[in-house]
Unconditional design. Structure first.
Length: 288
């Protein structure tokens, strides 16, 4: 599911707050601005102190990426690599230049452009390895930001709890309603700190890590494909090599689907050829 993170966060909100309402609580009891200010404000301040303002400014974009990630179909990319390899073997690698605009992934377009420009396979590998190193550094910085926020949030909740207990002890012997208010504030701060850490910060960090791993797998597939095309390997060999990105059961299913499509294509081609031959052989009437 593309928006699984957003769906999970929403389900977490409904599960936790729904259970609280089921037990007879009210949402108004959980909305206590001083406690929430300590947790949210303190967490963001700690995150800014531990990283940079530029890094923190990326958070809205990172939330959007984790909630609505871009998805590329690896199978379709493999099919396109195999298709391009067939064209390259028949017409030469330079013939791919007119087809670059149809490439499904921008990084694959970059790799094929390198092949067209005459870069040798080892140079392409070095370029991709450098790209992957820098991509990993950037992604890890974003992932670590959310993981750190997931660590700061419960700590800020504890700070809010301690402050609430201090206010409670300071008001000891006074109005009981004031004491109850301070105690509630103390526990609500802990609740918000733990809630935000385990429903928002850490899950978003895990989703960014999952997206990074998927992107690395995709880049490996595109590198192996472009490398094989540059070497002039057979399309069937390239396809078998790239299919290793899938589990064995998935490979068998995809191969069956590919075999069925190939059979249907051959039958269609044969049928068209028979119809063409029949039309050519059909005698034509000449009227004088």
């Amino acid at each position: 599911m593309k928006a699984s993170t957003l769906f999970g966060v929403i389900c977490g909100f409904f599960a936790i707050f729904g259970a609280f309402l089921w037990e007879g609580g009210t949402l108004g009891a959980l909305i206590m601005l001083p406690a929430m200010l300590i947790v949210f404000g303190g967490t963001l301040a700690a995150g800014m102190a531990g990283s940079s303002l530029a890094q923190m400014s990326k958070m809205p974009r990172l939330f959007y990426i984790s909630f609505f990630p871009m998805s590329y179909n690896i199978k379709e990319i493999i099919d396109q690599i195999v298709e391009f390899s067939t064209v390259a073997r028949k017409e030469g690698i330079l013939s791919l230049e007119s087809r670059l605009k149809f490439v499904k992934h921008p990084y694959l377009r970059k790799l094929f452009q390198l092949c067209i420009d005459g870069a040798d396979p080892d140079t392409i590998v070095k370029i991709v390895e450098t790209d992957m190193n820098y991509i990993t550094l950037r992604h890890n910085a974003n992932i670590n930001l959310f993981i750190k926020m997931g660590g700061y949030s419960p700590t800020m909740g504890i700070i809010g709890t301690v402050m609430g207990l201090i206010a409670t002890l300071a008001a000891a012997g006074g109005d009981p309603n004031v004491l109850i208010h301070h105690i509630a504030s103390a526990f609500i701060a802990t609740m918000w700190g733990i809630f935000m850490a385990n429903i928002v910060w850490l899950p978003v960090g895990d989703k960014l890590k999952s997206l990074h791993e998927h992107e690395m797998t995709l880049i490996h597939v595109m590198l192996d494909g472009a490398y094989s095309v540059q070497l002039g390997e057979m399309p069937s060999v390239i396809r078998a090599k790239l299919m290793s990105a899938f589990p064995l059961i998935e490979q068998e299913r995809l191969e069956k689907d590919y075999a069925q499509k190939r059979t249907q294509k051959m039958r269609s081609t044969r049928r068209i050829k028979v119809e063409s031959d029949r039309i050519i052989k059909q005698p034509t009437e000449v009227h004088v």
